[in-house]
Design a protein around this ligand. Sequence first.
Ligand code: UDX
Ligand code: ADP
Length: 477
Amino acid sequence: MVVKNICCLGAGYVGGPTCSVIASKCPEIKVTVVDKSVTRIAQWNSEKLPIYEPGLDEIVKARRGKNLFFSNNIEKAILEADLIFISVNTPTKTFGNGKGRAADLKYVEGAARMIADIAKSNKIVVEKSTVPVRAAESIMNILKANNEPGVSYQILSNPEFLAEGTAIQDLMHPDRVLIGGEETPEGQLAIEELCSIYEHWIPRKSILTTNTWSSELSKLAANAMLAQRISSINSLSAVCEATGADVSEVAVAIGLDSRIGPKFLQASIGGSCFQKDILNLVYICESLSLPEVAAYWQQVIDMNEYQKTRFTAKVVQSLFNTVSGKNITLLGFAFKKNTGDTRESPAIHVAKTLLDEGASLNIYDPKVEESQILYDLTHPSICESPEEVKKLVKIYPDAYSATNGAHAVVICTEWDEFVTLDYREIYRSMMKPAYIFDGRKILDHEELINIGFHVQTIGKRLPRPLSTRMWSGTAVV
Ligand code: UDX
Ligand code: ADP
């Protein structure tokens, strides 16, 4: 079989960009991305796409209506497809066994059941969502137990390694593509079919094939190793603050060791979707009776939490231990720059703590919608009184209006535009003493101190502004 028709279940952060790039690189293949959500599909078919990714708009506009389609007609897309990607969401379970840790596979299972109910011909089913090890087995069990006579399935694991904010670049030039399948002739044939799609633009040597379980575990392992690096540098940032070392200097010094390497050593206020995957890894390890391994990875998550708590505590402490009634500006709400995604964003943690302490918040993010910010901050897991939150939170259309009259500014996301703001102007419009807390280490701290700001960042002690040093007699905040 040569794949001519692809269906993707789930038009989210993974399914949307991945299939757009496949459609762009394989013009002879029809790619249909389907979703249960009518709104989401309408957005994919509109001028304003539901997700922001640099370069995505151009690709979608070039291929949409030609060989790239977004639809709610799931049945038709499944019937037509030779190959089906499952890229539905896999949130952490919020109830029952494994609550708060295990991945909730209800959407993956729902997708498998849909395929089983609808398919009338052989399909290659490709698991793209990040799933626990041996999830392919569950998908296979559902498909085999419910299939129509004469219909057979091959299940492949093809985890996606793209990072948000650089999704298109990552999809165009991936470090590797990983495909896991059954070690049977039929399994190998299915792997070859999927390889031939990627070979439209990716050299064969960058396409790695393994057994299904290695592939599934590799995705969790890659995220765990990345998260572990961030937790390690963040743990050292606390040591830097206590000793007078500078974590950026330490990162450069250790990153020059070719065994360590320079990437992913940026200390900051905490990570994101890693949390979900590592919680999941911890749960799997416990289920496999490997408590020591579980405890090791749990510590990576704990360090991430500690970093967020430590940073917010520093904000409150610096503002004379009370932020009640004060106006604090959060610059950035997305979990990283170049995305509008706020899932597990450290900004939510910062906002919640400050709101609990009675602060009023002014928030500006270039790509996160007002409705999303209010949704996140009024979520039952964050607040008890949505009405109170709505009174205390104001969303602004730019950084200058958001900082006007504020007591303090907290940089929560490393958006490029925050680096080049006119901080003299911002200082003039703020309450004095004016504070900046740079949670992403992106600003020129020396310049800010010269302007008159009290500046705090991560992994480095900074001197006070000159004017306050005269009478306080101490050089350190
Ligand atoms: C991650 C993985 O990188 C990707 O391979 C996987 O497919 C999905 O999960 P993503 O979460 O989109 O991607 O972004 P990533 O760039 O990994 O950043 C995750 C978080 O870590 C962000 O909040 C980022 O700000 C933070 N981070 C990253 C740091 O704090 N320091 C760093 O050095 C790098
Ligand atoms: P990710 O970041 O993993 O891509 P998202 O939450 O952005 O996750 O996207 C997952 C999408 O999958 C959602 O838009 C959701 O509506 C969709 N979805 C979940 N289950 C199904 C299903 N059975 N069929 C089609 N779409 C589904």
